[in-house]
Design a protein around this ligand. Structure first.
Ligand SMILES: [Zn+2]
Length: 871
């Protein structure tokens, strides 16, 4: 699986998906004239190419383009016209010339035209209403993975790096942005247009080219060294750009120091686009974002909204070096790009706001990857990608979150400074070039003198992760590993990982810490004396689960909040929950464990507890759910009462966020009618005097009113969604519409998903939430199946499989059978692997229902009484 071959010469099989290598593009000059009223564009292109082997055919990528003329100019100025054949299936243009082009330099000249499409890829259009309610249009690009070819004929593979010089001809009143600074902007007299000429880029891949045309307003620049950074939004939203400007500057400064390498572009623009399929895109010098990921009102936004912006901006900035300056050779290396940017963003945000404890909240991301990676249908982080379309399926939790988690594990094992030195060496050595994953391990091994490759290969090329079993014998701690699966079937028992063990123990001689590498099945560690308790995975950086012997478990939980850090408590709950889902531990043991967390104040620990409560709510039958709600109310009420509705003086922001999340859970999942009534009163207060309700509590009011509300609240939230003043408010009210229970209101929200009132960037996620509405899930499922084709026509391809995650609420054998049946004949366009994972997760829940539901019911009926007594 170690795919480290050179792609200089292609095997026969590779010819079907990779361009032939006898032509090398060096520099593109691009000129576009978009028409924002007819949704079209015309383009001209001159490419400096090197013919490496004599040929009559030049083969490049092109899709949904009409090519009107083609010619090559020889080094002595002779023009040779050619003809074009389009290979639509393989998205190629074959340019054929009447005579053999001998090896050497040529200029290739093309004219072409295309559509500004509405599918949010290639060169596409985006619409919005201005401050006067007028419809406005802008045009933007999104080229990763393989959509540059929809805007101009090109060698659309990451290894074909070249220099790009772009010119845009646009109406005089509009703004044009691209990867580099503007060299000059010249009116074209008598046409009402102007020509905007941009500087040459660095040598880079086609998927990083960007150009954007529309009405835009920018913040003042902030300078990081010589680099001006600006944030751009459509007019009327510039005042929401200050936070992104601040965090953009902070992270760019941080990365310049961390990478020990100056920013590789000549300026940096962060641009909010009203319609955007992903979260953001790291085009060098012109990063594009969906509005919720960039524009935010610092005064009214919840802390989590600010953190989202900080994460996404930092992630994209990290790519300017890792991804843009140094790029994967082929799409199999995509994981390293994304894993690294995710890792670096966490590092940068942790540096920017230490109070947010970003590495503790990263535990939630790590845990989400461990869910998928505990499935049979998981995959290794890196695997051979052949057809580039397969790359589209790699933008998932294994690439981003597992990838980042194993990088963090390596960093902690080697030491942060050693790891950083390896990264700096890697970037310097491969600047402007392409790499394989192995090149990174080479650099890290050189910097660290540690066997990084062997360690990482076991995590990167093998699917899954181990469960570590821990026991003691006298002074010895014995740790053994075996594969963790939710549906254990006895396979792959021989699979081993190189596991960095971070051990902390309490002994009679004080606290003892030790780091070691478990390479075999089992290791025996000798401690100075017999331990009272041991923590394996101290600090929580390991990508594995831990199961302690019953005696150790008891010692560890006896004094939980003194012994364990927040992330270690998170792991204890999370690992026990996973063991219960897998049937390795009784579900009642897990529910018992929760009683120890009634005073918990870490939001991440509560995150896993509340997610498990939601999971059980889907799993139980309607008549079993009230007992679960009582259980949850008993669990939540003491801490909610302690925190109250308003921040206390000097309170940490994380506590404010926790208050909001617990109130929301108690009023929705817990069904607490007192909290619901109070939320209604406070919502009214908020509408009259917004400053009287804490910004972290507002999302809770909205979710509680939606899940317990009727027609009046529905109308109000619909209006709020349409007139929202910030992108976060807009999505908050929109997504709240999925939580209403009355059937007629639910039907109205269902219709919203396909009637064009909701942007296609949001509609699939609204549909996902509708499916997750337990009471109405069958209605939502019927709607999805009836409108599947229409959704496929309207929504961005990448969103369909994400929408389908909503099937995880359909936890009955009959519904599961319907779901399996439906997807057997209705495959998703992108993300086949992810779809298999959704189905396996549903299988696990349905199996868990058969195994545990009656026990849980019995426990809740008894346990609830005992809990009541304890209060
Ligand atoms: Zn990324």
């Amino acid at each position: 699986m170690t795919d480290t071959q050179s792609y200089g010469s292609l095997t026969v099989e590779e010819h079907t998906y990779k361009l032939p290598t006898h032509i090398r593009p060096d520099r593109y000059q691009l000129r576009f004239t978009p028409d924002l009223t007819a949704f079209t564009f015309v383009g001209e292109e001159t490419v400096d190419i090197q013919v490496l082997e004599p040929t009559t055919d030049v083969v490049a990528n092109a899709a949904e383009l009409q090519i009107h003329s083609v010619a090559v100019v020889t080094y002595n100025g002779q023009t040779i016209p050619g003809r074009v054949t389009l290979d639509e299936i393989n998205e190629r243009a074959i340019l054929t010339f009447p005579e053999m082009l001998s090896a050497g330099p040529y200029q290739l000249q093309l004219t072409f035209s295309g559509m500004l499409n509405d599918k949010l890829h290639g060169f596409y259009r985006s619409t919005y209403k201005d401050a006067n309610g007028q419809d406005k249009m802008l045009a933007s690009t999104q080229f990763e993975s393989t959509d540059a070819r929809r805007a101009f004929p090109c060698w659309d593979e990451p290894a074909h790096k070249a220099v790009f010089q772009t010119t845009l001809v646009i109406p005089e009143h509009l703004t044009a942005l691209s990867n580099t600074a503007i060299v000059h902007e010249t009116p074209l007299p008598g046409t009402g247009t102007k020509e905007v000429v941009f500087a040459d880029t660095i040598k880079m891949s086609t998927y990083l080219v960007a150009f954007i045309v529309g009405e835009f307003a920018a913040t003042d620049p902030v300078y990081i060294g010589q680099t001006p950074l600006r944030v751009w939004a459509v007019p009327g939203k510039r005042h929401l750009a200050q936070f992104a400007r601040e965090v953009g500057a902070a992270s760019l400064r941080f990365f310049t120091e961390y990478y020990h390498y100056p920013y590789p572009g000549d300026k940096l623009d962060l641009v909010a686009i009203p319609d955007f399929a992903a979260g953001a895109m790291e085009n060098l010098g012109a990063i594009t974002f969906r509005e919720t990921a960039l524009l935010v009102d610092e005064k009214s936004a919840a802390r989590s909204d600010l953190e989202r912006v900080a994460n996404v901006v930092s992630h994209e900035n990290a790519h300017m070096w890792f991804g843009d300056l140094v790029t994967m050779r082929w799409w199999n290396g995509l994981w390293l790009n994304e894993a690294f940017a995710t890792f670096m963003a966490t590092l940068a945000v942790d540096h920017y706001k230490p109070d947010w404890q970003r590495w503790t909240s990263f535990a939630v991301s790590r845990a989400s990857a461990m869910v998928v990676d505990g499935l049979h249908s998981t995959r290794p982080i890196e695997f051979p990608v052949q057809r580039p379309e397969e790359a589209a399926g790699m933008f998932d939790v294994l690439t981003y979150q597992k990838g980042a988690a194993v990088l963090r594990m390596l960093e902690q094992y080697l030491g942060a400074e050693t790891f950083r030195a390896g990264i700096a060496l890697y970037l310097k050595r491969h600047e402007f070039a392409n790499t394989e994953t192995t090149d990174l391990w080479d650099a890290i091994e050189e910097a660290s003198h540690q066997p990084a490759r062997a360690l990482m290969d076991s995590w990167v090329f093998q699917p899954g992760y181990p469960l570590l079993s821990v026991r003691t014998e006298g002074n010895d701690v014995i740790i053994s590993q075996h594969v963790f699966r939710y549906l254990p079937d006895g396979s792959d028992l021989e699979r081993l990982w190189q596991v960095p063990i971070f051990l902390r123990a309490s002994t009679t001689q004080g606290e003892h810490s030790q780091t070691t590498l478990l390479t075999g099945k089992e290791v025996r560690l000798q401690l100075p004396s017999q331990p009272d308790w041991v923590v394996v995975n101290a600090g929580g950086h390991g990508f594995y689960r831990v199961q302690y012997s019953p005696e150790l478990h008891e010692c560890l939980t006896a004094n939980l909040h003194d012994t364990l850090s927040a992330v270690e408590r998170f792991n204890l709950v999370n690992d026990t929950w996973a063991a219960a889902q897998a049937g390795l531990t009784p579900m009642t043991t897990y529910l018992d464990l929760l009683s120890l967390f009634r005073d918990e104040t870490d939001p991440n620990v509560w995150n896993v507890i509340l997610a498990s409560g939601q999971y059980l709510y889907h799993l139980l039958d309607a008549q079993q759910r009230p007992a679960l709600q009582t259980f949850l109310r008993n669990l939540l009420t003491p801490i909610v009462q302690k925190l109250g509705w308003s921040p206390q003086d000097g309170e940490q922001e994380l506590i404010s966020q926790l208050r909001g999340e617990l109130l929301s859970a108690l009023g929705t999942l817990g069904g607490d009618t007192f909290i619901q009534a109070e939320a209604r009163a406070r919502y009214v207060q908020h509408t009259q005097h917004p400053e009287t309700v804490d910004r972290n509590v507002v999302p809770a009011l909205v979710s509680i009113l939606a899940s317990s509300g009727g027609a009046a609240e529905y109308e109000e939230f619909t209006t709020n969604f349409k007139t929202a003043k910030t992108p976060q408010e807009e999505t908050r009210y929109l997504f709240a519409l999925a939580a209403f229970q009355p059937a007629d209101l639910f039907e109205r929200t269902l219709r919203l998903t396909i009637n064009s009132e909701v942007r296609t960037q949001n509609a699939p996620y609204l549909m996902r939430l509708l499916l997750l509405n337990t009471e109405q899930r069958e209605r939502a499922w019927a709607f999805l199946t009836a409108n599947w084709d229409e959704m496929g026509r309207q929504y961005p391809d990448n969103s369909i499989v994400r929408m389908c995650e909503g099937i995880l609420s359909l936890v009955t054998p009959a519904l599961e059978a319907e779901v399996v049946d439906f997807f057997a004949s209705h495959p998703v366009k992108q993300g086949t692997k992810t779809m298999q994972q959704h189905l396996e997760k549903l299988r696990i829940a349905v199996a868990g229902k058969a195994r545990d539901a009656a026990n849980i019911e019995r426990y809740l009926k008894q346990g609830q009484g005992r809990w009541h007594d304890a209060q």
